[in-house]
Design a binder for this molecule. Structure first.
Ligand code: MLT
Length: 334
């Protein structure tokens, strides 16, 4: 608790300095792990223009894409200490700081955008937001919905887990994802997102997974030729602000920031539905990637990866939490 207090104190100082330009004027910095374009950028850009409009131009938000302000996991730390005002990170990069959000990264729990929307709103969404605040001093203001994570590689078409034999796959530094790959017989290489393109380019790793829109925004087609149309994790990317920074805002500013986060989230959902198919098509037609369907309706992938769920019951808040999530999604949890 004292570490959190100390970090909130730093945050308040940083936020007050940021406000020094005028009575209410401020320019905030938003870190983005991804390149410009794509779902993180779209969420950030929408939030920025809503905040600027709602504050009558008093608050401006500058976007710093491409990991310029540090790796995604570093920016979570920095936001909690008030060293950066805002960041958009993939949920898997928030989990190490707030383990209960891991329920959103358990393999094959979330099947698509509607599941993602259901879990980021209502009782479960509120609870995950509260837990994140409690565990890491981070406030979730909104969500980017980025699509299913698809496996890419530079070697060969991959339809079954056995096709991965001998490949080195990059995974985020996230225990659930590391364990998922281990269930498929792969010993993955956990690397920060900011190091991933170079590692793929230099052949340090052969593959990785991320949504179609991210593969496109990051130009991974320059260094990867094969995509597997799998869906083991649906990528959700929270827009976060350190709680110290949030508490340093006036009540009116807090209200406008929360409203902008909600509106930007709803835009993100529409953006995904409107763009994912055409981006998938362009990866093939313009950038020469080949798309392989998982063999046997993905059954082997699903059976192996789902077998790791019990290993993470403790960290997500118990098996009951998963049961509640599955029931919320209208699935039979037995
Ligand atoms: C990761 O793979 O570390 C992230 O999902 C990448 C991202 O934020 O797009």
């Amino acid at each position: 608790a004292s570490a959190l207090k100390a970090s909130l104190a730093v945050a308040v100082t940083a936020a007050s300095l940021a406000m020094a330009g005028g009575a209410n004027a401020a320019t905030w910095k938003m870190a983005l792990g991804d390149a410009a374009g794509g779902t993180q950028y779209e969420l950030g850009k929408t939030f920025a223009s809503l905040v600027e409009e709602k504050s009558g131009g008093d608050i401006k938000v500058d976007l710093f894409p491409n990991g310029q302000l540090g790796s995604e996991q570093d920016t979570v730390n920095n936001a909690s200490m008030g060293l950066v005002d805002l960041s958009v990170v993939a949920i898997n990069n928030l989990t190490p700081f707030s383990p209960t959000v891991g329920v959103l990264t358990l393999p094959y729990v979330i099947h698509g955008p509607d599941d993602a929307k259901a879990l980021t709103h209502g009782k479960i969404g509120d609870e995950l937001r509260d837990n994140t605040l409690r565990d890491s001093g981070i406030r979730i203001l909104g969500w980017a919905y980025s699509g299913c994570r698809r496996l890419t590689n530079s070697k060969q078409a991959v339809a079954s887990p056995e096709d991965l034999a001998g490949m080195v796959i990059r995974v985020p530094k996230n225990e659930i994802m590391i364990s998922s790959y281990q269930s498929w017989g792969v010993n993955p290489n956990p690397l920060a997102w900011s190091e991933t393109f170079t590692a793929l380019q230099q052949g340090v790793v052969d593959g990785q997974d991320n949504p179609y829109i991210t593969i496109d925004a990051m130009k991974f087609y320059e260094v990867q030729n094969h995509v597997t149309d799998s869906c083991y994790v649906f990528s959700m990317e929270p827009l976060i602000m350190g709680e110290g920074t949030f508490q340093s805002l006036s009540e009116e500013q807090q209200t406008l920031v929360l409203a902008a986060g909600e509106e930007a989230t709803s835009h993100s959902y529409d953006y995904l539905l409107a763009t994912e198919d055409s981006i998938k098509k362009s990866l093939v037609e313009e950038h020469g990637m080949t798309i392989t369907q998982p063999a046997n309706d993905e059954k082997e992938w699903i059976a192996k990866a789902s077998s790791i769920w019990p290993d993470f019951y403790d960290s997500i808040g118990g098996r009951d939490k998963l049961v509640e999530v599955l029931e919320t999604l209208g699935r039979d949890p037995s």
